[in-house]
Design a binder for this molecule. Structure first.
Ligand code: HEC
Ligand code: HEC
Ligand code: HEC
Length: 107
């Protein structure tokens, strides 16, 4: 009995540790460097603080389904249409993509 409780606690620790270690929000940034326009740095700390529904705000079937970089191809067409980063970068919740290229694309 005792042994299984300890094992369970251990499992829980590992689970906690791995989510914080992997979470984009906890001090981690992602770099998107495929566009000739310039490298985009996605700041996980900032973005977690503005996501009202937490991880699910971005990690849902219609936006970024997987917690793994490179599983979704981000395009400006999608962003302008209010998808992907454009669910917020629409001039309402956050600065619009049009006219603000350099706020995201840096050299
Ligand atoms: C504002 C949007 C947003 C929020 C909120 C968000 N993420 Fe992400 N996350 C992304 C994007 C975009 C990617 C890259 C997805 C892709 O390329 O397919 C990503 C990727 C990841 C990755 C993979 C990182 C890598 O190096 O491959 C992990 C792990 C992750 N997110 C965890 C989390 C967790 C845990 C939370 C909540 C605490 C969270 N994310 C909240 C946007 C977000
Ligand atoms: C949940 C809403 C949300 C989503 C989704 C989102 N952003 Fe943001 N982003 C914000 C807010 C809010 C700010 C703060 C600036 C503002 O208020 O306009 C911001 C700021 C930024 C900044 C400027 C950071 C700085 O240091 O000044 C960059 C770059 C950025 N976002 C890139 C992205 C990229 C790339 C994606 C998609 C992978 C994305 N964002 C998705 C809400 C979001
Ligand atoms: C909210 C952040 C953000 C803003 C603002 C933004 N972009 Fe992007 N853009 C991205 C991200 C993220 C990618 C994907 C890069 C990657 O996959 O490495 C991208 C990709 C691109 C691409 C290559 C893919 C495609 O759709 O052709 C071009 C070109 C591009 N951006 C041009 C622009 C121009 C021009 C502007 C201003 C009018 C702009 N971007 C504003 C985030 C942004």
């Amino acid at each position: 009995m005792k042994r299984s409780v300890i094992f369970l606690l251990l499992l829980m620790c590992v689970a906690c540790w791995s989510t914080t270690a992997l979470a984009v929000p906890k001090g981690k940034s992602l770099t998107f460097d495929k566009a000739k326009m310039g490298v985009v740095t996605f700041d996980g700390t900032l973005h977690n603080s503005v996501a009202k529904k937490g991880c699910r705000e971005c990690h849902n079937a219609g936006t970024f389904p997987q917690m793994k970089q490179g599983t979704v191809t981000i395009t400006m067409e999608n962003i302008y249409a209010g998808r992907q980063c454009g669910i917020c970068h629409n001039g309402q919740r956050a600065f619009a993509a049009k006219g603000n290229c350099k706020k995201c694309h840096k050299h």
